[in-house]
Design a protein around this ligand. Structure first.
Ligand SMILES: Cc1cc2nc3c(=O)[nH]c(=O)nc-3n(C[C@H](O)[C@H](O)[C@H](O)COP(=O)(O)O)c2cc1C
Length: 415
């Protein structure tokens, strides 16, 4: 039997029936109301039939004023419990049911974009500032054109006050409680890809001199406090995980990252998903990864292997680059991770595990290899970091919409 077919149990007791988990992908299907829509539910209706060990939803923003993209789903205000919010719980329960109707445990990814909230996303208005641990401008390149685009897309950010920190903590807690009340199996905090939690963890974006800045421990305080506060309001069996960026081996932040993971483990996380990159350096999309890394599939396997050595009991999910049964099996057999996260291939074939996990399907056929999305000529003229990754995301979000609408998805190579 392929090891991919073995179940994984999280400390909270939740069991993923196999190792293939659909990674979070912002679906851009929540419309201007920023709520689960019939098209969004239909996408999950398809994924729910795919034979996945688990589903991670695309990011749900904890504050409708601060979205990552214009059509993200979001929390619209305080959540004070089921009794006072029956219509809201009913709406999100439909989403949970679409995901879990065939028994696939489903986990909602919760996010605050912080300084990466684009100007036109969120109800704070196009001149409204973003919030961040420190007012560090986005860096999409040095030239005048890059700096102009950077200013145009990302408004300047404001350093968060203690009040802001408490409000955002409450928003994460409210969102987790709503997801638990709606029947989801857990939440994953988006602590990767340069979003707000990552901004706190990372010394490049966290220049604070109070209890939330300075040492690795202080920079982790915001996230650790959120995890403790969530744990107080959700049932024991509700999973709480986090997606984190891998630190570069040679960088001085490697030990800091290990220290921070220890704190997350102590706070009681059920799993850690390893990814990497940000809008300023979108490594998660692999467009800039070496051919060797792409061929090996798992973009961040070295980091996962190191984290496994330090934290042997921690359930690790590794996301980025998996395209074949052989590649996924190899990562599990090397004991680099317990769970394989799959993003873009799941946008092309929502039922991919039916192929990868079927041992009657030959090794050569048990794969979905994808070409890079070609860069249009005009976009290529702007040498700005993140453009290729943005196009890549847009392409796959469009594919999610296509299969949700009953249309065939299109492989990038078919262009
Ligand atoms: C359309 C699209 C949307 C994405 N949205 C999210 C998101 O909401 N949260 C997140 O953590 N990662 C997001 N990602 C990144 C994926 O979860 C994953 O880390 C990345 O695509 C690499 O995995 P892959 O090579 O299997 O695609 C997104 C990726 C794509 C293509």
């Amino acid at each position: 039997m392929t090891p991919l077919n073995e179940p994984v149990k999280l400390p909270c007791g939740l069991v993923f029936p196999n190792r293939l988990v659909k990674a979070a992908m912002a679906e851009a299907l929540a419309g201007s109301g920023h709520v689960p829509t019939p098209t969004l539910l239909e996408a999950y209706n398809q994924w729910a039939q795919g034979g996945w060990g688990g589903l991670l939803t695309g990011n749900v923003q904890v504050d409708v004023d601060h979205l990552g993209m214009p059509h993200d789903p979001a929390l619209h205000g305080e959540y004070t419990g089921k009794e006072n919010n029956q219509a809201l719980v009913e709406l999100w329960s439909q989403y949970a049911n679409a995901c879990q109707q065939h028994g696939t445990p489903s986990i909602v990814q919760l996010c605050h974009p912080g300084r990466q909230s684009i100007r036109f996303a969120g109800r704070r208005g196009i001149f409204g500032a973003t919030i961040a641990p420190s007012a560090v401008p986005m860096d999409l390149g040095e030239g005048i054109v890059q700096r102009f685009f950077s200013w145009l897309v990302f408004p300047p950010s404001k350093e968060m006050t203690q009040g802001d920190i408490e409000r955002v903590t409450r928003q994460f807690v409210d969102a987790a409680r709503l997801m638990a009340d709606s029947g989801f199996s857990g939440v994953e905090l988006h602590g990767a890809h340069g979003y707000l939690l990552d901004q706190f963890l990372n010394p490049k974006t966290n220049k604070r001199t109070d209890a939330y800045g300075g040492s690795a421990e202080n920079r982790a305080k915001f996230v650790v406090d959120i995890i403790h506060s969530i744990r107080k309001v959700v049932p024991e069996k509700f999973a709480v995980g986090i997606k984190l960026n891998s630190a570069d081996h040679s960088s001085s932040t490697f030990e800091d990252t290990m220290t921070q993971i220890q704190l997350l483990v102590d706070a009681g996380i059920d799993f850690l998903e390893v990814s990497g990159g940000s809008y300023e350096n979108p490594k998660m999309m692999g467009r800039e990864q070496s051919e060797r890394t792409v061929a090996r599939e798992a973009f961040f396997i070295e980091f996962a292997t190191e984290a496994r050595k330090r934290f042997p009991g921690l359930v690790l999910m590794l996301t980025g680059g998996f395209r074949t049964r052989a590649g996924a099996e190899s990562a599990i057999k090397q004991n680099a991770c317990d769970i394989i996260g799959i993003g873009r291939p799941a946008a092309i074939d929502p039922k991919l595990p039916r192929v990868l996990l079927d041992e009657n399907v030959s090794e050569e056929e048990a794969q979905l290899v994808l070409n890079k999305i070609p860069m249009p000529f005009l976009a290529g003229l702007i040498p700005m970091k993140g453009v290729g990754a943005g196009l890549e995301s847009k392409y796959y979000a469009d594919q999610i919409k296509r299969f949700a609408m009953g249309l065939k998805t299109i492989l990038p190579s078919a262009w």
